[in-house]
Structure formats: C-alpha cells, structure tokens
Design a protein around this ligand. Structure first.
Ligand code: IVH
Length: 661
C-alpha cells in the first residue's frame, strides 16, 4: 500500500466515524469545519487517485442511518431535504426556473425533523427522518415531550400526518450544558445535537427527555387537500387551529422582492426568537402546484432553503492565553473585548494551534473579525492589518508549560505542542480526573470540575488510580464536605470498580480514544493483556481505528506511569476483560435462529443476549442449528426446524435459558 492509499483508507474510516457521531450518536467530537476539511481532503484524493476510491462510499451524501435502538418505520411519503441557496441571486434563479409567484417564508429551524401520526385525533406514532425513506420509531419518547399534543383539537376522523422540527430552546440548551459541565460531562456542541441526543434515548434513559424540555414546531401537513387545504399558509393555520405548535415568524410574500425583505429583516432579528435558526425556507404558497413541480431524488423544487452566512463581528484581542487540555495539548485562546455575536456575548475565541496563528498572522492587540457557525466556540477569521498601530505583539508558543513548567515538546508528525508531563501536570490531571469520572468513563457522580481541581491542588494525587486510595478523612479535609458526602463518594468509587471494561478504557483518556473507539478495541481484544501487548499493525487493522489511533494506543501502553496505573487497577479488582468473551461461555458453540415476532424484545436484543453468553446467531435454519426461537407468526423457518428435528423454544423458554426477564 502506498501513502495515498493508506491515507485514503484512514480518511474513509475517519469520515465514517465522525459522520456516525454527528448523525447517529448526536455527539460530534470535531467541529463542522474540521469535518468538512476531512471530506475535502478525501474528495481531492479520490480525484487524484481514482484507483483507490471506494465507489460505494458517498462522501458527498453521508447522512443519518436509522439506529438499532429503535424499530424502523417506513415513511408514507419520503421525508426529503432541501436544496440550499446562499445569495439573493441564487434564490431568484431557483424560482424563476419554475415561474412561481406567491410564497411563504418560514424560519429554517436547526433541529431534528420528525413525523407525527394521529388516528382519530389521537397521537399514535412518531418517527425521525432517518435516511428519508426509513426512520426510527420514537413514539414513546415523543410522548414524553410536553410540547407534542397527544390529542388534536376538533380532529378529523382517520389519519392525520404532520411533519416538523423538534428543537431545544437556547435557554434550555444553556441550562443543560451548564449542568453537564458541573458534572464533568461532555457538552453538546449545538442545540441541534442537544435536541437529537435527547430525543434518541434508550428506554433506560428516557427520564432525561421530560427533564430537558424539548419543543416542537410543525410546518407540513401531509395530504393537505384531504382536509380542503390548498395553500401552505392555510396549512399552517390548519395545524395551529388543531392544536399543533407553529412558529410565529412566517409570512406570506407575494413577490421575490418581498421574500428578500423578509430574509434581510430576520437576519438579525432571528436571535430574539430564542431558538437556533440557520436560514429561511421559502415555499410556493399554492399547494396545488407542488405535485407538478418535479422533485430531485433528495429535495423538492417547490421550496428552497436560503442559508444565512455565519454571523460575524469585529473586536479586539486583548490577550492570547494558553489552555492545557487533558492530553497535554496546548491550545492558544484569544481573549476578546466582549462583543455581541449571534445573539450572545462573546469574550473568547479558539485559535486552534500555533501554525494557524502564524499563517493568519494574528497578534495580541489586533482588531479581528470573529465568526460563529453552528458550534458554541467562535473562531477568528482574520486580523485587520490596516488598523494596526505598531503596538501589536507577535505570538510565540511558550517554551515551558504555563501550568507546571515542563519543557514543551512537539512530535514530528503532530501540529500540536504538548506538555509531556502526563502524570503530574496539574492542568492535565484535573482534566483527566473530570474525564475519568464522567458518564462515559467510570461514572462517579460527585467528582465534577471543582472537586477535580481541589484533588489536584491537594497534592494527594499523582495518578488517576490514587483517588481510590483516599480515606474518608482525606475527602473531608479536601472539600470540607459532610461525613455523609464523603461516605457517598467512597461508595461510588467502590461501585465504579465494576464498570465494564470498555468504560475503563474510555476513562483512561488515551489521546484519540473516545467511547466509540474504546468499544471497538475492547471488543476486538477482549482483555487488558491482549490490548496492552497488541502491536500497532493489529490495532490499525480494526475497522474504524486506523494508524493515528493505533499509534496513540500503542504509545499509551509503553509508558511506565500508565502501566503502573493499570497494575494498580488490577490489584483493586477492576473489570479488565469483556464480560461477554471473558466470563460467559454457557452458550459457547450453540447457534440460534430467531423467527416470528418476539413479545418482550426485538430480535436484535435477543441476539445480543445470545452473543453475550458466547453463542452465535444465524439467519437461516440448517442441520447445524441448535435452537430455533419461535415468536408470533413464525413461518417457514419454524417448519424447516420441525422437519430437521431442531430443538424449538418458545420466547419464555428462551428467556429462562438466558437468565430470565
Ligand atoms: S420544509 C421536503 N420548513 O430543514 C422537505 N423544513 O435542510 C420539507 N427545516 O429536512 C421541509 N425548518 O428538517 C421545512 N420551516 C421549515 C424548516 C425545515 C427546518 C429542516 C427540515 C428539512 C431540512 C432541510
């Protein structure tokens, strides 16, 4: 393999991984801009080296895929997306081609599209958009959203299907993130991710749905003509009259000039709405024209989305400081004279790394243009070099860590500068502790930002495993907390020792390894010794890992301090192997086939149970099949099992065989 092919393979893995984090898990690890850069690099390489391109990989068209957490629902008509335009001229061109007049302008809400179905006025089903054709059945979760009416006012009989956007208001978004920060949990990148992440919860966690308070606006009435509705404005009125929430900022515009006025009026005013919007959707008002206007495969042509440019402002950089992250990476941060941007007061901006500061020639004291896209942290576009006075100061990376004084290193293959003092740099230790205790890690409630800072400052901790050696007295002294809280922390620490192996690997904070990667590598290797002894090649071969992550994992387990920490965990009785492969072998060598509908679980869940006990699942019955589990309406597979004399289990028998309900 040459370097281009290697890099392309790596990029395929990275794009797939980050697309899945964004679309399916609602939890991006990188900014939209960084993601776009990966896709651009891959597209360029595909152009230059088509012989290595994967024909089936649609880099321009990665979207969500319905997850296995929910049953799948096929939409009555596809839930399409919209074409985007970015200038008034592009907008005119779009509609002149179809020769339209009479429009409705609505705000483009940055949320998550859903479809709601009512039967005789009663809410019976709700689904996400998924891939447009097949979505996820989130009916039960939508029942927990107060804003979704469970009963329509003056309902027509039969089916009513409506579509709209589930969203989280800015106020709720800030409150949710503040709470997450105090618990050391990862912040939601933007309100869209927060809304999607909240709605797409497993049953186990659905209590957060009501807590977080989602909202909804509907904007589409399916088969409107059935209800005598012939315009989009009429549809919005119909929705609202039947009790379905409709956004307030919409307007009927007769001409394209009116549309352009609406767009410019709301460019600033939209920040007073209290929820995130990223453009205006312009629709032809006359619904009877919609069917005659041909759609493309992914978007209708009776509507278009005008996207606002990211918001910009001008301000001055008063200082450039260095923040030291969990993995020791030094990130320069610009401190700004506070300025209003996209509806909020901004006083900091990320500068990414020293190369970028040098490339953009950004100095302390500069007047700069700052921009905020969908992410929370604004970025600096450029410095206004004409307005320099000569007192601006060129930034250079410090030679020593501003926190612990260690000499800074820069590895040859990295853009980042790092403080190498992983084991005891207070900044890294604090961040590592927060991460260690976070929900995806060891899930130790009680240890948030404040306590992590105090732990580090106390000097009692040199390594993550040291928190398990503290006594109740130590905790009392540390935080001046009540005896009861100290005991509570001790019992939480004790509980945390039995977290699954993958959580511990996540909690270690190995650079580049988040919870998804941790799941991949623990599943692959099964136990800590196999993982520690793995060479870089075998790590890199795991689907979704690649050379960068493989290198980082390998390095981590070559460090003395880290190895001592693992040994400490081993002595304290932590779980250092997969429960599935390591312990349970009851069903080893047994093959199961499921047929028909199970009552208490989906087939996927049943399959997970079998695999957790060391067994295998197959899709077809043969003489090698050991058990066929027959649910409701079992058909040909059941008959085949009978004819082959394969043992047949009822759902109940299966449940008791695999450890009950
Ligand atoms: S109408 C056939 N109206 O934007 C699609 N969509 O980028 C009809 N969206 O998938 C959609 N606000 O999730 C429509 N007022 C609005 C909207 C809106 C947000 C979303 C929707 C759509 C996406 C397209």
């Amino acid at each position: 393999m040459n370097i281009f092919e290697t890099r392309m393979n790596e990029l395929y893995g990275l794009v797939k991984y980050h697309a899945s984090l964004y679309y399916d898990k609602d939890s991006p690890e990188i900014s939209d801009a960084e993601y776009d850069a990966l896709v651009r690099e891959l597209n360029q390489l595909e152009k230059d080296y088509p012989q290595y391109a994967r024909k089936d990989f649609l880099t321009h068209n990665v979207g969500g895929s319905p997850s296995n957490l929910f049953a799948k629902v096929e939409h009555s008509t596809p839930m399409l997306s919209l074409d985007n335009v970015f200038t008034p001229d592009e907008l005119s061109a779009f509609f002149e081609r179809i020769d339209a007049e009479g429009f409705v302008c609505e705000m483009k809400i940055d949320g998550l599209a859903v479809s709601l179905v009512y039967e005789d006025g009663i809410f019976v089903r709700g689904a996400t958009r998924g891939n447009g054709r097949v979505g996820e059945d989130v009916t039960e979760n939508l029942r927990l959203v107060d804003a979704v009416p469970k009963k329509l006012i003056d309902a027509p009989s039969g089916i009513v299907e409506v579509r709209g956007e589930v969203l989280m208001t800015s106020e709720r978004f800030n409150a949710v993130n503040a709470l997450r920060e105090s618990r050391g949990e990862k912040l939601f990148a933007n309100p869209r991710n927060a809304a999607a992440g909240t709605l797409r919860q497993s049953e186990k966690n659905n209590h957060v749905i009501a807590e977080r308070g989602l909202d909804i606006f509907l904007y589409y009435l399916v088969d409107a003509e059935k209800f005598g509705v012939t315009t989009q404005a009429g549809a919005l009125t119909w929705l609202s009259e039947h009790g379905l929430p409709v956004q307030e900022a919409y307007k009927v515009c007769n001409t394209l000039d009116d549309v352009k006025d609406f767009i410019s009026r709301w460019q600033e005013e939209r920040f007073t709405l209290g929820y995130a919007t990223d453009g205006v959707v312009v629709k032809i008002n006359n619904l009877t024209r919609w069917p005659e206007i041909k759609a493309t495969s992914h978007a209708p042509r009776w509507a278009v989305a005008f996207k606002y440019p990211p918001e910009e402002a001008r301000t001055r950089i008063t200082d450039i400081i260095i923040s030291v992250g969990r993995t020791g990476v030094l990130t320069p941060v610009a401190i700004l004279e506070p300025v209003r941007l996209a509806g909020t007061q901004v006083s900091r901006a990320g500068l990414h790394n020293a190369d970028e500061i040098a490339r953009k020639d950004i100095r302390r004291g500069d007047i700069v243009r700052v921009r905020k896209a969908a992410e929370i942290i604004p970025e600096i576009i450029e410095a206004d070099k004409d307005s320099r006075t000569g007192n601006e100061e060129i930034f250079t990376m410090p030679e020593k860590c501003p926190i612990c004084g260690s000499l800074i290193v820069r590895l040859p293959h990295e853009t980042a500068y790092r403080c190498p003092n992983r084991a005891s740099c207070p900044a890294q230790l604090t961040e590592s502790l927060k991460y260690f205790a976070s929900r995806d890690g060891m899930n130790i409630k009680g240890i948030g930002k404040k306590l992590a800072e105090k732990l580090t400052a106390s000097g009692k901790i040199n390594s993550l495993s040291d928190i398990y050696t503290l006594t109740a007295d130590d905790w009392l002294e540390l935080d001046k907390i009540a005896m009861k809280s100290a005991e509570n922390i001790l019992s939480q620490l004790e509980d945390s020792k039995s977290r699954p192996f993958a959580n511990l690997i996540t909690a270690l904070g190995i650079p580049e390894v988040g919870k998804n990667t941790a799941a991949l590598i623990t599943e692959h290797f099964g136990n800590i010794d196999a993982l520690m002894n793995a060479d870089e090649e075998s790590l890199a071969e795991i689907d979704g890992v690649g050379t960068v992550i493989a290198h980082s994992v390998h390095e981590f387990f070559r460090n003395e301090g880290n190895l001592r920490m693992i040994e400490a965990f081993r002595k304290m009785g932590f779980v250092l192997e997969n429960e599935t492969t390591g312990k349970s072998t009851e069903l080893e060598g047994k093959t199961f086939v499921f047929t028909g509908t199970l009552e208490t679980m989906t087939r996927d869940e049943a399959g997970e149970r079998v695999k957790a006990l060391g067994g295998k699942v197959s899709g077809s019955v043969s003489s090698k099949t050991d058990y066929v589990v027959a649910g409701e309406k079992a058909g040909s597979k059941l008959r085949k099992a009978e004819s082959l004399g394969v043992k047949i289990l009822t759902e109940n028998e299966f449940l008791s065989m695999t450890g009950g309900n």
